[in-house]
Write a protein that binds this ligand. Structure first.
Ligand SMILES: [Zn+2]
Length: 400
């Protein structure tokens, strides 16, 4: 029964597909109607091929498009009727996506594309009506799950090329730097419209540069542009490279705007406090936000050797996290409680010591200002880089 539920949750179905040109330019997205019937109208140029997927847990509808320029304004979106929220953006190179969070199970009564005529834009129209949970789940079939996976597979393959062992060809330990969020998942947003995904990418690139400059390690970024990566892809990226260290970079918002300063998180079954638990829960939603079917990974086979490796990895992660906090104090403002633990999915590689570095909180005015400052970034990346190098130079660490 449990297995069936997990299977259903992980499945999706292609409902519609229309042939047409390959690129689109979305100029506006509107939602009209009420709980009895909700219509989404996507104004676009061209006649793009589109696919609709249904996803469960939570109820979502995914509209996949080819290479798409989104000119619609995210800030102007309004949820209505059966659509609780929606977002759009790039999900992979050449793939645009709109994800609808549904207020409940829906049926897609109609979906069609009206080509543009004269100076009138084309329209992609979805008509949604309420349905039962059973009916919704019936449409959630196996075929599209495979399609969903097939989309993810080539991306992973291309990411996986490179060094496969703990050290690069040049014998330097590999440090995987993971700029949080990206593409359709913008992450947090500051009051003046700064996106977390841009801040994390900028910082990560600067950190990689700082590490490359001194040449003691080999830094690699999980993403170098504004693209979406699932949490699992980030973890697998680090594992495939045999990383000696994985650092996921974030700058989130929290409801308490007085909370500020850098925080270093490690993986822990039990969150160290409410703030850490909430943050992990939000971070773990990245895949859901992007309209991916969440595959609940079964726990790896119980294996004593595996358990030992995991315990060693956890000890190393904690060691590095403590060192990092100690080293950062001089260069960055630290959070009142700078070392925390929570169940972040992105930290779950069993064999790569991993930490999540919250640079600061975009919800705090002072932090947001610092995160934009070039001078702060130089100071902060140099401090992180030297801490990383110090840790990897410890006897027996990098050459595991
Ligand atoms: Zn984040």
């Amino acid at each position: 029964m449990l297995r069936l539920a997990a299977y259903l949750a992980a499945s999706a179905l292609y409902l519609a597909s229309a042939a047409g040109v390959l690129a689109a330019d979305v100029t506006d997205i509107r939602v009209v109607g009420d709980e009895a019937r909700t219509r989404m109208v996507v104004e676009l140029t061209g006649e793009p091929r589109f696919h609709i997927l249904k996803l469960d847990a939570p109820y979502r509808l995914v509209v996949d498009l080819p290479e798409t320029a989104f000119e619609a304004e995210a800030a102007k979106r309004q949820a209505l009727g059966l659509v609780a929220d929606y977002r759009f953006g790039q999900i992979a190179p050449g793939k645009g996506r709109i994800v609808l969070d549904l207020a409940g199970p829906v049926a897609v009564e109609k979906s069609y594309l009206l080509p543009s005529v004269g100076d009138q834009p084309g329209r992609l129209v979805l008509d949604l009506v309420p349905t039962s949970r059973e009916t919704f789940l019936k449409d959630v079939g196996q075929e599209a799950t495979r399609a969903d996976r097939a989309q993810a597979a080539p991306k992973l393959a291309s990411l996986g090329k490179g060094d496969r062992l703990g050290q690069s060809a040049a014998g330097k330990p590999v440090v995987v730097i993971d700029p949080g969020h990206g593409g359709i998942d913008s992450g947090a947003r500051s009051s003046d419209g700064l996106f977390e995904k841009d801040i994390t990418l900028r910082f990560s690139k600067a950190l990689a540069e700082a590490l490359a400059k001194s040449g003691k390690t080999r830094p690699v970024l999980t993403r170098e542009e504004d693209i979406f990566l699932s949490l699992r892809e980030r973890v697998e990226f680090a594992r495939a490279r045999g990383a000696a260290l994985f650092i996921s970079v974030h700058a989130d918002t929290v409801p308490q705007d007085y909370v500020r300063g850098a925080t270093v998180y490690t993986l822990s079954e039990e969150a160290s406090d409410v703030l850490a638990a909430r943050l992990a829960a939000r971070e773990n939603r990245a895949d859901v936000l992007a309209g991916l079917a969440i595959e609940d990974q079964p726990d790896e086979v119980a294996n004593i050797l595996f358990d030992l490796a995991r315990r060693e990895t956890r000890n190393l992660s904690m060691r590095f996290a403590s060192d990092l906090v100690a080293d950062l104090g001089a260069a960055m403002t630290l959070n009142k409680k700078p070392r925390r633990g929570a169940s972040f999915r992105v930290l779950k590689a069993p064999d790569v010591p991993s930490v999540l570095l919250e640079l600061g909180y975009l919800s705090n005015e002072l932090d947001a200002k610092l995160l934009k400052s070039e001078e702060w970034q130089v100071r902060a990346t140099e401090a992180v880089a030297s801490s990383v190098e110090k840790y990897l130079a410890l006897p027996g660490i990098a050459g595991r």
